[in-house]
Write a protein that binds this ligand. Structure first.
Ligand code: NCD
Length: 337
């Protein structure tokens, strides 16, 4: 693996599978009475958040703490950033404090890449969401969740598994994933398209034409404007939040019209195959892209995705910072010391 995680597009199939397999090991830690490993003791992870976040920031914090790293949370609000301090000066400050990894969320697409290539800091950079560009750890936790539900499902599972995968169920070969909604503003969608393609899945984007990015025809996926026509052949449907805060124009007539054409309600959910799951990265706009009934149904994995996020981020931090030591050999766990 590289030193930084900036884009899901940078991950090879082997990198992605290594992260997902390591995350499965990490998930076992969560089931122990003491949810902690000493692996990153003495290392410092800084969470540098220039944009609002609930689950991603908490998730990275929990992941770093479970690996015994020291965690510094920096949010732009209330910091010198609001006095006009530049990304460079902030980075130099973090470097002076000895940050081994900087987890950055920024409203500008490309900020994590700038941080990683600038020479301002020596540690690893992890992109926790940059503008409308990428959110690689979200795609990894989504893939982790899909793999648990869909890969190699013994029964009730998909029967069309003919993809190029290795047949071991480690990847998502031949699985059909439908991503619905505000693709234009979604870093989650972009990262998912890259990663799912790398893992052998077949992705279909469904959105009104106004909410698709320019150049989407070059992405490795299909595009449809008709949600009802793709439901029956979807193994997972991922609903995207309508990102009102990034909209400076009218992208659809009314919220009701949007919900009617592109929202997931119980009737549409019933059109999915029995094994299919409903996903949402959160935060959800209940009543907009997803009805409360669907959000609260057993088939919706939104809460499970949050839990899986901690395991996946532990795996990423471990692989970027922890080096070659075995993560989980029994005599290295806190409880056995
Ligand atoms: C997403 C994000 O921030 O990009 N949320 C998340 O990380 N859980 C999606 C969104 O904001 O809609």
């Amino acid at each position: 693996m590289k030193r930084h995680l900036i884009s899901a597009a940078d991950l090879t199939r082997d990198d992605a599978l290594l992260i997902l397999d390591t995350a499965e090991e990490m998930a076992r830690v969560a089931n122990r009475p003491i949810k902690k490993l000493p692996t990153l003791r003495g290392r410092t992870v800084v969470n540098l958040f220039f944009e609002d976040s609930t689950r991603t920031r908490i998730s990275f914090e929990a992941a770093a703490k479970r690996l015994s790293a020291d965690v510094i949370n920096f949010s732009a609000k209330g910091s010198s950033v609001s006095k006009g301090e530049s990304l460079k000066d902030t980075a130099l400050t973090l470097e002076a404090m000895g940050a081994d990894a900087v987890v950055i969320r920024h409203h500008a697409s490309g900020a994590p890449h700038r941080l990683a290539t600038s020479g301002w800091i020596n540690g690893s950079v992890v992109n926790a969401g940059d503008g409308t560009h990428e959110h690689p750890t979200q795609a990894l936790l989504d893939a982790f969740t899909m793999r648990r539900h869909l890969a190699g499902a013994p029964d009730g599972g998909p029967t069309h598994h003919k993809g190029p995968g290795d047949g071991t169920g480690r990847d998502l070969a031949g699985r059909r994933i439908t991503i619905v909604g505000d693709v234009l503003h979604s870093r989650v969608a972009r990262s998912n398209v890259h990663l799912l393609n790398t893992l052998g899945a077949e992705v279909t984007l469904v959105a009104p034409p106004t909410l698709l990015p320019i150049g989407v025809e070059t992405w490795p996926c299909e595009v449809s404007y008709d949600l009802d026509s793709v439901l029956a052949k979807s193994d997972a449907v991922m609903m995207l939040r309508v990102q009102n805060e990034r909209m400076n124009a009218a992208f659809f007539p009314t919220e009701r019209e949007y919900a009617r054409r592109y929202g997931l309600d119980a009737t549409r959910m019933a059109a999915l195959p029995g094994h299919a799951i409903v996903m949402h990265p959160g935060p959800m706009n209940r009543g907009m892209e997803i009805t409360a009934e669907v959000a609260d149904s057993e088939r919706c994995t939104a809460v499970e995705q949050v839990g899986n996020g901690v395991s996946v981020r532990m795996a990423v931090l471990y692989l970027l910072l922890g080096g070659n030591e075995p993560a989980l050999s029994e005599n290295r766990t806190e409880e056995n010391k």
